[in-house]
Design a protein around this ligand. Structure first.
Ligand code: SAH
Ligand code: SF4
Ligand code: F3S
Length: 453
């Protein structure tokens, strides 16, 4: 009998279905994997709970991109010990990018003996087998083997929201930026076949989904190795022709692969949002080279200028690493310089975190953490000024907003096509709807507006 059926049989012997709780720590692709893991568990007879203390199966779906992400996971595993003491039949699993690192299983074996399952990013489909092993014998069940070309198809998803959804189009990364762990824990690039992507999007659209985020570590190298050799702009053209009233974003494109064709397709499309997240990382050519990014600051500026020439008013956001090994004050000032030229709508900035096994972890890093933190503060201060100034262009304008959450002051919050946070007066019925909003005020990290009839 298949492992899935065996596990189902065991779960079915219980009076009530076992409750599962999946917690994702990482990027949107990690969250998307988490939705698949919840889907698998439901297929095996579990029901989802938001309350971790009620769960019979807890899966921590981890991220390894920075040390802080890993520390958070270890902290949370520590907190689960008392739940396991209260409920010895509780199953605790660890998966995702950090689970894929060999040192994680060693540390778990040595210090967290109450964890039952560890499975890596290639082993989603092995979960039924690992559960069966755990349910039928004691000891840690581990699968962190790498499976080339593995795209996790045919796994149902339990999606967090019905009105917006992530759709993975490719997995893995071949770029080996010198600071980054992702290529080591996610393996080589592989793309899903276009038909499967279009089917998934078609179904989401028929179910009323209003926003689709195409996901991959380097979405614009999509298609290499697929039968048709279809490239990312062509995939976007086909998605744009899909029936339905939804908008499309993607994350993340890599500047070295951002072609004019990509921006031309965006400009001509009906469904693609007028915003792009284009990770810069640094404004210094010396540092970009040491990072192995494959472009210069000037090339990056050319790309943004071209994109804005075909899409005036395009909103651009980025990722920046502060304090890469050997970054001097002059290098850092070049980053500030490019921020002033591009005027990003928003940035996601991180202090460099050494990752074991990467090239950068072996580089000399004479700048102290204190100095890096001080650079980070200056960078954030500058961005605050830029955002405040740049959001003024929205005053009086109409934006299309998909409302998705409530804010702590009771307002309802959503994102515009430009990926700008928009707040309006409390009306919870707005959540999950796409509305036209006129902007009346700006608020630093957001704009405030009124819903138009
Ligand atoms: N594939 C995406 C990035 C994935 S990781 C891309 O290439 O854009 C998301 C962001 O985390 C990166 O853009 C980078 O800014 C940051 N990051 C990655 N590794 C890091 C490290 N070792 N230390 C600090 N930040 C890092
Ligand atoms: Fe990491 Fe670079 Fe790949 Fe992005 S492109 S995942 S930063 S190696
Ligand atoms: Fe983290 Fe893995 Fe995503 S390392 S950022 S969860 S690909």
């Amino acid at each position: 009998m298949e492992y899935g059926s065996l596990v189902k049989e065991i779960f079915a012997q219980r009076e009530t279905p076992p409750l599962c709780h999946v917690r994702s720590y990482g990027c949107q692709q990690n969250v998307n994997d988490g939705e698949r893991i919840a889907g698998l568990l439901c297929e095996l007879g579990c029901a989802v709970t938001d309350d971790i203390t009620l769960a019979d199966v807890i899966i921590l779906n981890t991220c390894a991109v920075r040390e802080s992400a890993e520390m958070r996971v270890y902290g949370n595993i520590g907190e689960l010990k008392h739940l396991k003491e209260q409920n010895p039949s509780l199953i605790i699993g660890l998966c995702g990018c950090m689970a894929q690192e060999p040192q994680t299983a060693e540390r778990i074996r040595a210090s967290y003996r109450y964890v039952d399952i560890i499975f890596g990013t290639f082993a989603l489909k092995e979960l039924p087998r690992l559960l069966y092993e755990t349910l039928t014998r004691k000891g840690l069940a581990v699968d962190i083997s790498e499976r080339e070309n593995e795209c996790p198809e045919d796994i149902p998803l339990v999606r967090t929201d019905s009105f917006k959804a992530g759709v993975s189009i490719m997995y893995g990364c071949n770029n080996f930026c010198s600071y980054c762990i992702v290529p080591y824990v996610r393996g080589r690039e592989r793309s899903r076949v276009p038909e499967r992507i279009l089917d998934e999007i078609g179904e989401l659209s028929r179910n009323g989904c209003k926003e689709i985020m195409l996901l991959g570590q380097n979405v614009n190298s999509y298609g290499k190795g697929t039968k048709e050799n279809l490239n990312f702009p062509e995939l976007l053209r086909r998605i744009d022709r899909t029936e339905g009233d939804f908008r499309v974003r993607f994350m993340s494109p890599h500047p070295k692969d951002a072609t004019k064709e990509l921006f031309d397709v965006m400009a001509q499309s009906r469904k693609l949002c007028r915003s792009i997240h284009l990770p810069l990382q640094s404004g210094s050519d010396r540092i970009l080279k040491a990072m192995n990014r494959g472009y210069t600051a000037e090339k990056y500026l050319d790309i943004v200028n071209y994109a804005r020439s075909v899409m005036p008013g395009l909103s651009v956001t980025t990722d920046i690493i502060v304090g890469f090994p050997g970054e001097t004050e002059a290098d850092f000032e070049q980053t500030l310089g490019i921020m002033k030229s591009v005027k990003f709508d928003n940035i996601f900035s991180f202090i460099y975190s050494p990752r074991k096994g990467t090239k950068a972890a072996l580089m000399d890093d004479p700048v102290t953490y204190g100095e890096k933190a001080e650079r980070m503060n200056r960078l954030l201060g500058l961005q605050r000024e830029i955002t405040t100034e740049s959001y003024k262009r929205f005053l009086g304008r109409e934006l299309f907003v998909l409302f998705d959450s409530t804010y702590k002051d009771g307002s309802v919050c959503g994102k515009s096509d430009e990926n700008i946070n928009v707040l309006v007066k409390n009306d919870e019925l707005l959540i999950g709807t796409m509305r036209r909003v006129r902007v009346t005020e700006t608020k630093g990290w957001a704009v405030i507006g009124e819903v138009l009839p």
